[in-house]
Design a binder for this molecule. Structure first.
Ligand code: AKB
Length: 318
């Protein structure tokens, strides 16, 4: 029986992962945790066990693992790319020192550990199109440095200590439930809110900038499917390329216009986030994930747009 601890559970991925895991594994077996309570998450907090845990506090982590007899940890506590460039020291502290603490607890208490990496683990020297699974990385953001180093550290804990570490390189994630915070791909979420509220959006990423993206239901399946995958089939345990689509801002705008024909897109490019986006791949090759654990996303750009707009219309009451 899995007993799961999710760190950073009140973030964009965590809110949806907690709800889905509670459905699959039982509410009492999924402990959500976050370093602070955030408004608007009362339902999640009340729907099962919840702990205040800062990943930089190894004592709090260990005591929650003991108290709830945890055998699986999903470490989602992280600072994203744009926020990481504003405060690289904090980014290192949470992403790297936090991961180190979680790895040590996993080693000491014999837990499986899932930690997401990101397309940010690649850099300007990486082949840009159909980026291979195993290739040159050399990221140039602090977030990317922590993600590339995190992949290696998780590989090390598997090889050296036998900790069952697993992870994927997520692209930009799009969801209607919880807003992302401080990422470079966030425009692809905000655009849907503004399309419904104002029928226009000013994009901080330049026309023609391709990045990989994925709708949240596919991201949640990726985490659960990889956690449940047969360990004997896994060769790339901690850094699977996964993607569902690659697009640039004009393409998401065109998809929105199929449902909101009057939608207008303009640009006011943020040089910091544009530089980050320029250093990332245009599109990933995710064949290793398809071969090793049957990764197969369900949503493409238009089916995601249709679902996002339907769900957001209800949420925003517009
Ligand atoms: C970000 O933009 O920082 C994240 C990511 C791609 O990891 N969404």
């Amino acid at each position: 029986m899995r007993k799961i601890l999710i760190t950073g559970a009140l973030g964009q991925i965590g809110t949806e992962l907690t709800a889905e895991m509670r459905k699959i594994y039982g509410s009492g077996n999924v402990v959500a945790s976050n370093r602070r309570i955030k408004e608007g998450h009362e339902q999640l907090i009340e729907s099962g066990p919840f702990e205040i845990i800062d990943v930089n506090d190894p004592v709090a982590l260990a005591s929650a693992v003991d108290k709830h007899k945890i055998n699986t940890i999903v470490n989602l506590a992280a600072i994203l790319s744009a926020t990481g460039e504003k405060d690289p020291q904090q980014c290192w502290n949470i992403n790297m020192n936090g991961l180190y603490n979680v790895l040590e607890i996993s080693r000491e208490k014999n837990c499986m550990l899932f930690t997401p990496s990101s397309i940010a683990a690649f850099g300007p020297l990486t082949p840009k199109d159909e980026t291979p699974q195993d290739t040159i990385q050399r990221p140039t953001t602090m977030y990317g440095v922590t993600k590339a180093a995190g992949e290696l550290l998780c590989d090390y804990y598997f090889k050296k200590f036998g900790v069952d570490t697993r992870g994927v390189r997520f692209p930009g994630l799009i969801s209607y439930k919880t807003l992302p915070g401080g990422g470079t791909t966030d425009y692809a979420v905000h655009i849907y809110y503004e399309a419904l509220k104002n029928q226009e959006y000013t994009c901080f990423i330049q026309k023609g900038t391709y990045m990989d993206m994925m709708y949240m239901p596919d991201a949640i399946s990726a985490i659960i499917d990889l956690i449940e995958a047969d360990s004997g089939r896994l060769k790339h345990r901690n850094a699977f390329n996964v993607t569902a689509m690659s697009f640039e801002p004009e393409m998401i705008a065109a998809s929105i216009r199929k449902f909101i024909p009057e939608f207008k897109l303009s640009y006011d490019v943020d040089p910091i986030r544009q530089e980050i986006a320029n250093s990332w791949p245009n599109s990933l090759d995710d064949s290793a994930a398809r071969e090793e654990w049957d990764w197969n996303p369900k949503y493409n750009l238009d089916t995601m747009t249709q679902d996002m707009l339907e769900k957001l219309r209800v949420k925003l009451d517009v």
